[in-house]
Structure formats: C-alpha cells, structure tokens
Design a protein around this ligand. Structure first.
Ligand code: TRP
Length: 325
C-alpha cells in the first residue's frame, strides 16, 4: 500500500452533513487502501475574512471533528498546513511557473472576485497554486475531491507538467479520486448545495444537538406534490434518509414519493430521529476529545512531524533541481 492520497479541508465553519457525505465519509474509508495524508489548510483560510480566534478555534474544532469521525492519527498523517515549513515556499516556486491566464480562468476565483467587486485579495487569486503545493510537496498521486475542485486539480497537473518540462521529470501525474459521493442540498433552498455560507438553517452540523436537528428538519423546505419532485427539497430529504435511515423504510418512502402520496411530516419525523442516532456516537467522541485537548494537539504535532519529514525531502530535491541549493 504505497499509493499516497492527500486531501485538504479549510477550518472555516463547522462541518455538516453535506461535507460528510460529499467528502469526509470517504476520507475515513480511504484510509484502508491508501497512505492517507489529511491537511487542515489554515493558510488557505486566510484568504477569507477570519478573525484570529475563529481561525484558532476553527482549526481545533475541525481536528476534533475529523478524529471523532474516524480519521485515525496512527494510520493517517493528520496535520495543520501551517505547522509544516515548505508549503508556502513551494507555492512561491510554483507561482513562477504558473501563467496568470490559467489563474484567471478559475471559476471559483471569478465567482469570489465578482462577489467582492474589486476588493479581492491576491491570496484568493493564488489559492490554487498553494493547493498544488499542498499536494506535490508530498508527491501525492491521488486526490479525492468534489466536482467543484476538479478545475483546481487540473491546474495542479498543469503546474507539475510545467515544472517537469522546464527542469526535469520529477513530479508524477496527479489523479483525482472520484469516489461515490452524495450531493446534499440546502435545507431551506434546495436549489443550492448545502453550505456553511448559506447560514445554519441550511445545514445540519455534525455538532447539532437533537432538538436543533428536529427543528431544522421540521422547517426544511419540501416540494409541492405537483412540482418537479426530482430536484426539490422533498427529494433532498429522501436522499438524506437514504443515507442515514433504514433501507427498507427508505424504499417505502421512495415508492410513496413516486405515487405522490408521501407524507412529509412522517418522513421528517423519522429522518430527524435517524440523523440524531447517527450523530450521537460522533458527538460522544467529540465530547471526549474536547475534554482532552492535549491529546488532540499531540496528534496534530505528531502528524506535522511526519509530514515535515516528507516535505523536507521533496523541498531539498526541488531546491537542488532549480539551482537554489
Ligand atoms: N481547495 C480545497 C477546498 O476548498 C481545499 C484544499 C486545499 C485541498 N488544499 C488541498 C483539497 C489539497 C485537496 C488537496 O475544498
């Protein structure tokens, strides 16, 4: 098992069921078939408005959540990006190989820049270069990402190729790992993806307590029986039930939905209880780690040490190759 797989997650806001089904569930599963490296990318988080307290607490809370979900620090290298020296140095080297025109094509940047109307920072523009450095610093070959990150991954491949062409064959080709993930939509606006940027009522956080889960699901938007039932809120609730409820019950709901005879009140009641049951053991482990912060910090320190050893080796070779040694 020598295949290195790497992914990163920003410590901005609490993880929710959309993150879980879209990525984190896979992160846990992938640990059995790859050498997994998971990074809490705090340097990437600096591209958005975030206070020092939010960044510090967000990073710790995310580490707790990842451990509670089953990221095993003995198996995986779990670390904080800024703990490892080399990400930003490699990003600088890569920035000297990256055409500005490639960065200007990135849809995530264009969306952000539009939103910020001229106040966008250079970090947002260079974001994908740092991401390429995150991956190539560990010579990771496999990267599990959602569809929204495919363009960034393609740019990482372009950067690796540019390096190899200008200097010598050094970085291997990165391959996206498109595991079967589930797209969960916002609870109050089912046309949009479940996202922390849409506010707490749009998502169920991994930390939501039973009462909150019940309230949020009760208020979730459903489609009318007349409307397009393939995309609406009702379908989204069914998707959630499919992933967290008993499969036999799911099939019954699905049949009723197809016949337009589904009682959303009933679906919502059972869905809320299924989610609460799923979250209970995770929240128990969260509570444990929260009571043992030194243990969490210890895992991160140990992860950083292991990551640093790999990073040092790559950077030393890179420096030699480009004439900096
Ligand atoms: N940009 C990714 C996201 O928003 C996070 C990320 C940073 C990442 N570095 C990475 C993902 C390296 C995969 C590999 O989801």
């Amino acid at each position: 098992m020598n295949k290195i797989l790497l992914s990163g997650i920003k410590p901005t806001g609490e993880p929710h069921l959309g993150n879980y089904l879209g990525a984190l569930k896979n992160w846990v599963a992938l640990q059995t078939s790859y050498r997994t490296i998971y990074s809490i990318v705090d340097l990437h988080a600096l591209t958005i408005n975030i206070t020092p307290e939010e960044l510090e607490h967000g990073t710790f809370d995310l580490a707790v959540d990842l451990l509670a979900l089953g990221i095993d620090p003995k198996r995986s290298i779990l670390f904080k990006q800024s703990d490892v020296v080399g990400h930003t140095e490699l990003a600088w080297i890569f920035s000297c190989l990256t055409p500005v025109s490639e960065l200007e094509r990135m849809t995530q940047y264009k969306d952000m820049a539009k939103e910020k109307r001229g106040t966008s920072n250079a970090g947002l523009f260079n974001y994908p270069i740092l991401q390429a450095a995150d991956i190539l610093l560990y010579k990771a070959e496999y990267v599990p990402v959602g569809e929204d990150q495919l363009q960034h991954l393609e740019l990482s491949r372009v950067i690796a190729r540019k390096f190899n062409q200008r200097y010598k064959q050094f970085f291997t080709e990165i391959k996206p790992v498109l595991s079967e993930t589930v797209r969960v939509m916002s609870l109050h606006d089912p046309n949009k993806k479940m996202s922390k940027s849409l506010g707490p009522k749009s998502y169920i956080a991994l930390r939501d307590k039973p009462d909150i889960v019940r309230q949020k699901i009760a208020k979730a938007v459903t489609d009318s029986l007349e409307g397009d039932t393939t995309l609406g809120g009702g379908h989204n609730l069914l998707t959630l039930f499919k992933n967290f409820g008993p499969s036999q019950r799911y099939e019954e709901f699905e049949r009723q939905h197809a016949l337009k005879k589904l009682s959303y009140a009933e679906l919502k009641r059972e869905l809320a209880e299924a989610l609460i049951a799923f979250l209970a053991p995770i929240q128990e482990r969260q509570a444990y780690f929260e009571k043992h912060p030194a243990e969490v910090q210890g895992y991160l320190a140990q992860g950083a040490k292991r990551a640093q050893a790999i990073a040092d080796k790559t950077l030393e070779e890179v420096r030699k190759i480009i004439g900096l040694s």
